[in-house]
Structures are given as C-alpha cells and as structure tokens.
Design a protein around this ligand. Structure first.
Ligand code: SF4
Length: 477
C-alpha cells in the first residue's frame, strides 16, 4: 500500500562508509536508496582527520542536500548518515541524527534504527546522574551511556553500554579512525556489511544501498554482534551470547525495498511467495490480478502465477506528489491518495478483479482504492492481503504502539470487508507468511518476529509491559 497514507512507518535508515575518497557523496547516494525507510529528516557526519563535519535537515534527502556544495564541505574519508522517521521523540531538528558525542580525548558519532523498550528507565537513571540530553530521541541514550562508561577502551565502553539496551536496534558508530556496526540480540532490523573495490567498507540497513554505491555484499551483522574496522581489517565480537534471531517480518512484507536481500532471502522473491501462498489459501474466480503500487506488485505477480489468472498493470502511482501522511485529516489524506493513484480503466472495466495489497492498517485507504476500481467499472473486487491481519502493537521500531488505529484489532474480517466495500476479503495466514519467507531458522519464531500478527513478542517489553497489557484488554485478548 501507499506508505505515506497508510500510517505504518519504519523508523529510519542508516549508512556508513569507511576509508573512501568520496565518503560524504557515497553516503548521500546510499541514503538515497534507503529513503523509503524515513522521510522526516536526514543528516550526514564526516570525519576529516581530527575534525568532524555535520549537516542535517528536515524533509527529504534531496531537498536537504539540494545545494550539492554542502557535500563538498563534508570532507574526510569516513562518514555516516541517517534517515529519520520518528517512532519515539518529537519532530524537531534536534532529533535528527547522526548524533555527535565527546569523550575527554575522543569524539564519536552514531546513527540508530529501531526502538529501545527500556529507554524511559535508562534515561531516568542517566538524568539522576545529571547527564544532559539534547534531544528526546531514544537514540541518544547509547551515546550518553558510552560517555558515562568506566571501561578503559572504546570498544569495551560500547559493549557494556549495548548490554544495557533492550528492544530493537541497529547502530553505526564512528570515531576519527574507526567504524562500528552493532545489532540487537534478536536482529529485528536488517544491517549488512559490504566492501567496494577500492577497499572501503560499507555498513547499511539494506543491500539495496550496497548496490547503489557499487559495493559487494559480505554478510549480515549477526544478532548481538559488533562488527568494526580496525587497521583496515574487519573484526567482530559479541556483547552478549543470549541471542535469538527474530527479524521483523514486516521488513519482508512491506518496509524493505524489493531489490534488497535480508539474511539470504530476496525481499521480492519472499513477496512473490506470499502472493503465491495467498492464492493457494484463498483462491477466487476472476479475470485479472492487480497489485497496489509499489510494495504489493511482487505479491500480485505471485498470486497471478500461482492462480493462473493474468496479472495486469491496473493501477499507476504518480511518483511526483509530495508525501501526504502528515496531512492531519483523513479527508486530506484521501485527496492525497486520489492524487497519487490512478486506475487504468480498460484493465478493470467489466472485469472480476483480484486486488492484492500487502496489508491493511486503518482500512480507509483500502476503501478508497476499492471505490476507485468500482468507479472505473470493475464488476467485482476481491481483495487479497499478502500478510496476516495486523492486530497487535509494535514496540521494536514501527510507529504503531496502540491498537486504536488498527482496524484488524477492532473488527472481524467480514466487518472489514464491508467497511472497505469489497466483494470478498481474505488474508494470508501466519504459517503461510513464515513459509513464504522461509528463513531457515529452527527457533520457535522461525527466525521471525510476527508479533504484529499473533501477539507473540520475542522479548520482554520492559517499559511497555503495562501498555501492552492495556492494549490487550481493549481488544479482549
Ligand atoms: S511487532 Fe511487527 S513490526 Fe514490530 S518487529 Fe515484530 S513483526 Fe516487525
């Protein structure tokens, strides 16, 4: 579905490059390919010998760095960058990353993707020790913990600080002569390592950014691992042995770019499998299969292939409309959808249509799309969702922490069908989703977090336990 209107948003994309003659420029390019992970603001920090250069702004990357000479001023051979979509903290410039920190004899910067589930507790402890915060983002906490750490070496300071964090997090940290990438013990968010032909190393959220900067994929960072570059060598250590892979399944369903590969599984292929399994679980007689552009097109192809019903491009997305999710009212959001999407009338007129979408959050956008298809003359519209019903809140880095806005938490599938005006509506099962991604992990979560769909949270929720309890009571679980 259209990310900007759906209200389901990922928190952040991160990128870092070490030992490159074009560090800031390549960071910009890498971030550009990760723009789908956050559109609220962006920043780049570079290190040039002992000096650090920072530039940040609000809005899309291309507008922040419209004046390309800004990148020329970010000198140095290493840089990290960040794209923000806020799940925690307010929307001001002070929350835009990377954040800069200072030890008595060492400057460092960091960029974070995810959400800490014990941020409130940690922040309270730090405030009690008179630590000052410049933002209200939970991402600042790791930096403040490192500053406060009594360990002797920087890597030991990072390790002991990471041991205190809970939740979903992927970090890239940089000093004047080192770079580090660290992942939470469940590996909720993707984080990969690559290398360019000139020997420079790249850390980033998704492999699509490695492709963008012409670097070769080396491997994913493992849960509980810190990968770092020292004397131009890639090194690794673990800050905890208590790890349990549970990658966010919504990365495969919706967040990640279709051309990315997460833990050896192509996002496009996984989405095609979701569509294919959806067709097997919920067949229907129809003339044509459509996908809601862009993230549902792979699943629509899979549905068509498996069902034998032809796929066609029945909907077009206008790429040049400014984002609409910040529009405060539903009416304005819907106007945004109508400006973004148009139907190719001859594809649907007089036809029984299968409309494949990746998910339904509030239901309002689906209702609008179904209406667009009816107005274009579709005879019947069968909505097929290539993921299970979204019923539970997420506390690991996605911005829905209450069930109020999730239509699937508050209505039955048939009630949702009526609300969106479809002739039929079906969802992929949780087993079908796991099978489609097939992560090759034999832990009880199949290597995936599916908590959004089944309420099985892979970790304790710390500061959020009471909130979850209230949410579950609301939906009578
Ligand atoms: S709860 Fe949902 S969105 Fe959050 S990490 Fe788990 S699968 Fe992803």
């Amino acid at each position: 579905m259209l990310d900007e209107v759906k209200g389901l948003n990922e928190e952040c994309g991160i990128f870092g490059i070490f030992n490159s003659n074009e560090a800031a420029k390549l960071t910009y390019e890498g971030l550009h390919s990760l723009q789908h992970r956050g559109q609220e603001g962006a920043g780049i920090v570079s290190f040039d010998g002992d000096e650090r250069h920072t530039y940040k702004g609000l809005g899309l990357l291309s507008s922040i760095f419209k004046d390309t000479t800004i990148l020329d001023d970010l000198t140095g051979t290493s840089a990290i960058g960040h794209l923000r979509y806020a799940t925690a903290g307010s929307h001001g410039l002070n929350n835009i990353q990377p954040f800069n920190f200072q030890l008595p004899n060492l400057d460092f910067s960091l960029a974070h993707n995810g959400n800490l589930t014990n941020a409130k507790t940690l922040k309270k402890e730090l405030l009690n020790q008179n630590v000052e915060f410049v933002s209200d983002s939970d991402s600042e906490i790791l930096g403040r913990l490192i500053e406060k750490s009594n360990e002797n070496t920087f890597i030991e300071k990072i390790k002991s600080s990471l041991q205190k964090l809970r939740g979903g997090f992927a970090f890239i940290l940089m000093t004047k002569d080192q770079m580090f990438a660290a992942l939470d013990p469940n590996g909720f968010r993707p984080l990969v390592i690559g290398q360019k032909d000139d020997g420079s190393y790249v850390f980033c959220s998704e492999t699509c950014a490695l492709n963008q900067v012409h670097s070769t994929y080396i491997r994913d960072v493992e849960p509980g691992e810190i990968v770092y570059i020292e004397n131009n060598q890639l090194k690794s250590c673990f800050y905890t042995a208590k790890t349990k892979l549970s990658v966010c399944s919504l990365e495969y369903v919706y967040f990640a770019s279709s051309d990315s590969v997460i833990r050896g599984v192509s996002v496009h292929e996984a989405r095609k499998e979701m569509g294919s399994n959806l067709a097997k679980e919920h067949p229907v007689n129809a003339d044509v299969v459509l996908g809601v552009p862009n993230s549902s097109l792979s699943a629509a192809l899979g549905y068509a292939k498996s069902s034998g019903i032809p796929y066609d491009m029945g909907m077009i997305k206008n790429q040049y409309i400014a984002r609409t999710f910040i529009e405060p009212t539903q009416k304005k959001r819907e106007r945004g959808v109508s400006m973004k999407l148009s139907v190719v009338r001859p594809v649907v007129e007089g036809k029984d249509v299968v409309l494949v979408d990746d998910s339904i959050v509030r239901g309002t956008t689906s209702r609008f799309i179904v209406k667009l298809l009816r107005d274009a003359g579709a005879k019947s519209i069968h909505v097929r969702i290539a993921s299970p019903v979204l019923k539970y809140p997420c506390f690991y880095g996605v911005d829905i922490q209450t069930t109020n806005e999730l239509i699937g938490a508050n209505k039955t599938v048939d009630e949702i069908r009526q609300e969106i005006g479809a002739d039929s509506l079906e969802y992929l099962s949780v087993d079908g989703l796991k099978q489609s991604i097939n992560l090759n992990s034999d832990n009880e979560f199949s290597g995936l977090c599916t908590a959004y769909f089944d309420g099985k949270y892979p970790t304790k929720l710390y500061d959020y336990e009471a909130q979850l309890h209230q949410e579950l009571e609301k939906i009578n679980v």
